[in-house]
Design a protein around this ligand. Structure first.
Ligand code: PGA
Length: 359
């Protein structure tokens, strides 16, 4: 059994990352980050009430960082409530409470109905933004019906009409016209039906934010003085096909492209295997969490060198609960948790923040 450290240094010896306990109160020690992602839950007042109960149960907890990610509508109200002098007076908590947004958009303003930019978030006191959560990477196609709009475009009626419309245009691409004609040929109706079925299923399962969109969001957040919690994680299929590392490497390399070393030590990465997230799922086994966190840290070492790799906080997310947080925090590569369901319950989230402390 390892020991649980609330604050620690991290070293690499004999090709292995290790935690060693920090001197009490050393500001250069690594502080775990416990973040609650409320997803689409809680009206602003209810969010403040929840935060207040958590602070009450965590009086005087100064040695870890805590973050709260309400929906956009709850940010301003919570920003007012977590004003540092007030928290200090009322709960004895220092400046270790951070306001998180669940997403941001990469453009700063313009005709993007429904989107919120990073400078808007910074202006209302947001500290950090979650980028690339799997709810957005993988599930948007299903929610927004991308698949039905593709299926419609692959119907014979639509294609016939499109062919007519495009052939009347002067600059239509001959290759596009030829493809549509090909698909409309009766001989190829099987191909058309197969393509529609294939794309429908793909988009339902996988359509969402691309790695490139995530890269732009990271850039926009950093340019506006926001820190980032960058999420990555594989789905069950990738895990079963043994493609986890390949996929994580792609997600991280693309998302971090253009992030310079000075910005990197404050970056937080969250490893969230999709198959371990949400009600009914089981958290990832400890050895898999340890293995992936080491993989990510070694990748960061390749990209940014050992010193930064040792410092970057890598959180685990996926069914973190009061009864498993301590074992997860014992792992040498884990620096905190991104918590969904259990962050909506004051007692549970307070226990998670208090991991390793007596009840
Ligand atoms: P969960 O969610 O804790 O409810 O599994 C984690 C997440 O999606 O961040």
């Amino acid at each position: 059994m390892n020991t649980i450290y609330r604050n620690y240094y991290r070293q690499r010896t004999a090709n292995q990352w290790r935690k060693t306990p920090a001197e009490h109160g050393d500001p250069s020690a690594i502080r775990p980050f416990l973040a609650g992602n409320w997803k689409m839950n809680l009206i602003p007042r209810a969010g403040v009430a929840l935060a207040a109960r958590i602070f009450d149960l965590c009086r005087d907890v100064k040695d870890v960082d805590m973050g709260f990610a309400p929906p956009f509508t709850g940010l301003s109200t919570l920003a007012d409530y977590i004003e540092p002098d007030f928290l200090q007076r009322e709960y004895g908590i220092g400046r270790n409470v951070f306001l998180l947004a669940q997403d941001t958009f990469f453009e700063s303003k313009g005709a993007f109905t429904g989107e919120i930019s990073s400078d808007m978030l910074a202006a209302i006191g947001v500290d950090r933004v979650i980028i690339g959560h799997s709810d957005r990477r993988a599930n948007l196609g299903k929610y927004f019906g991308f698949s039905s709009s593709v299926a419609r475009r692959l119907s014979k009626d639509f294609l016939t009409h499109t062919l007519k419309r495009l052939s009347q245009r002067e600059q239509s691409q001959p290759q596009v016209l030829a493809t549509i004609e090909h698909l409309l040929d009766d001989k190829n109706s099987d191909v058309l039906a197969g393509l529609a079925t294939f794309l429908e299923a793909e988009l339902n399962e996988r359509a969402g934010e691309s790695d490139e969109a995530i890269q732009r969001k990271v850039q926009a957040a950093l340019a506006n003085g926001l820190q980032v919690i960058l999420c990555c994680g594989e789905n069950r299929e990738a895990r079963e096909m043994r493609e986890t590392f390949k996929l994580l490497e792609r997600q991280l390399r693309i998302a971090l492209e253009g992030v310079a070393r000075p910005m990197m030590s404050e970056m937080i990465i969250a490893y969230e295997p999709i198959w371990a997230i949400g009600e009914g799922a089981k958290p990832a086994p400890l050895e898999q969490i340890a293995e992936v966190h080491d993989f990510i840290r070694n990748l960061l070492m390749d990209l940014y060198g050992e010193q930064i790799a040792a410092r970057v906080r890598i959180l685990y997310g996926g069914n973190v609960k009061p009864d498993n947080i301590s074992a997860i925090m014992e792992l040498a590569g884990v620096d905190g948790a991104l918590v969904g369901g259990a962050s909506l319950n004051a007692t549970d989230f307070a226990k998670i923040i208090r991991f390793g402390l007596p009840d």
